[in-house]
Write a protein that binds this ligand. Structure first.
Ligand SMILES: NC(=O)c1ccc[n+]([C@@H]2O[C@H](COP(=O)([O-])OP(=O)(O)OC[C@H]3O[C@@H](n4cnc5c(N)ncnc54)[C@H](O)[C@@H]3O)[C@@H](O)[C@H]2O)c1
Ligand SMILES: [Zn+2]
Length: 354
């Protein structure tokens, strides 16, 4: 840690098995293990059962869904590794969305004080976000990502074929993080997002967007692996976004993470305009575009207090102040921006009245 390099090798391919073979060959026979989850197993992994069996690789299948990103699932993976002769020289292959790569990464990074793992992310969100950056973890005590480690996978294999079976909402959710990467670092990347048609997906163009987006995330992570400074850029849209996400969950009308981030980015663009001089006309134009893509989460003014309260619990706050990452222009960030409650309410009103 602290070294400015991304250790994971990021590989773009439409032939997962060929790439996996190269990595499997680097580890002793019988020391490579496969972790996946039910849905991904049925839709994709079972197609490769013969490949894994012939390589002597055993598989453990976890239940799908965020509520299985928990300690019981970690126990299941540890037990599986332990019973089948896993050791510090082992490789764990995680195939699934962000839930599974966070979980499998955590189990591997703690097993025998840590063995190697390799991620094969199968959702757009996990390809552009969860698979890069070395954060692993599980939810605990009702708190998201409460327990975790920093350990990079030895490799990440990104195959856009997997995205052909995820639903439109899921895809859009991941797309919000791609937009965020454009906003915080790269105007050209943002322009490419605007030109991309989510209703008629062109997978070649999508792969280019994914690799540009991973490039942006890698840049911030390499320069600040443990989030002491500029890596906070990646939190743009997330302070307000997480509040929307938790609020929607409490109201029993959950919204997907990327949608919440899109709504959060609108409010935080407003804060950026007020505090950091972000151009107002561009803020309006971006807000309209995001609303067009993601629709709107309807809120009442009477709910602002509850949303604010949720923001005060954000992990990124320091000494009781709500800390925002804001923008001065597209591509330039300002970290550790403290905003007063009244201004945050104004930003929520701006969003509400759009
Ligand atoms: N480590 C990080 O830096 C980081 C960053 C962002 C998000 N995350 C984590 O990622 C998780 C969210 O990831 P997610 O959105 O990928 O959720 P997910 O892994 O739960 O996948 C979403 C749904 O899609 C299904 N699915 C996955 N791949 C599929 C495929 N190819 N075809 C059909 N269905 C498929 C899953 O079974 C699940 O029902 C959260 O736990 C979040 O905390 C981690
Ligand atoms: Zn996010």
């Amino acid at each position: 840690m602290g070294n400015s390099t991304i250790y994971s090798k990021i590989i773009y391919t439409i032939h997962t098995e060929i790439e996996l073979s190269r990595w499997i060959a680097k580890y002793p026979a019988g020391k490579v293990f496969l972790v996946t989850e039910e849905t991904v197993d049925k839709v994709w992994v079972q197609k490769s059962d013969a490949f894994f069996q012939s390589a002597g690789i055993k598989k453990v299948v976890i239940l799908s869904g965020e509520n299985n990103k928990k300690i019981d699932s970690v126990l299941k993976i540890w037990e599986f590794l332990s019973k089948n002769g896993g050791d510090r020289k082992s490789l764990v292959i995680n195939i699934g969305g962000g839930m599974l790569t966070d979980l499998g990464g955590f189990a591997a990074s703690t097993f025998k004080r840590g063995c190697d793992f390799l991620n094969v992310p199968t959702t757009l969100l996990s390809q552009v976000d969860a698979s890069v950056g070395g954060k692993t973890g599980i939810n605990f005590n009702g708190l998201k990502n409460e327990i975790g480690t920093f350990q990079e996978p030895v490799a990440v294999i990104i195959n856009t074929n997997y995205l052909t079976t995820i639903d439109a909402e899921n895809l859009k959710s991941g797309f919000a993080e791609i937009i965020k990467h454009g906003l915080i670092h790269n105007p050209k990347h943002l322009a490419d997002c605007k030109n991309f048609d989510l209703n008629k997906i062109e997978y070649q163009a999508l792969q280019q967007l994914i690799s540009d987006s991973v490039g942006v995330k890698s840049w911030f992570v390499s320069n600040d692996p443990t989030e002491k400074g500029i890596r906070k850029a990646l939190n743009f849209g997330h302070t307000v976004g997480h509040a929307f996400e938790s609020f929607a969950m409490q109201m029993q009308t959950p919204i997907q993470h990327g949608y919440a981030v899109a709504y959060g980015m609108i409010a935080e663009l407003y804060l950026s305009a007020k505090k950091c001089g972000f151009p107002v006309s561009e803020m309006d134009e971006l807000a309209r575009w995001l609303i067009q893509l993601y629709g709107k989460f309807e809120t009442e003014e009477s709910q602002f207090e509850a949303l604010f309260e949720l923001m005060t619990h954000d992990k990124k706050n320091e000494s009781g102040r709500i800390n925002f990452t804001l923008l001065t222009v597209v591509g330039k960030i300002a970290i550790d921006q403290h905003c007063e409650k009244a201004l945050i309410f104004e930003a929520l009103s701006y969003y509400r009245n759009l």
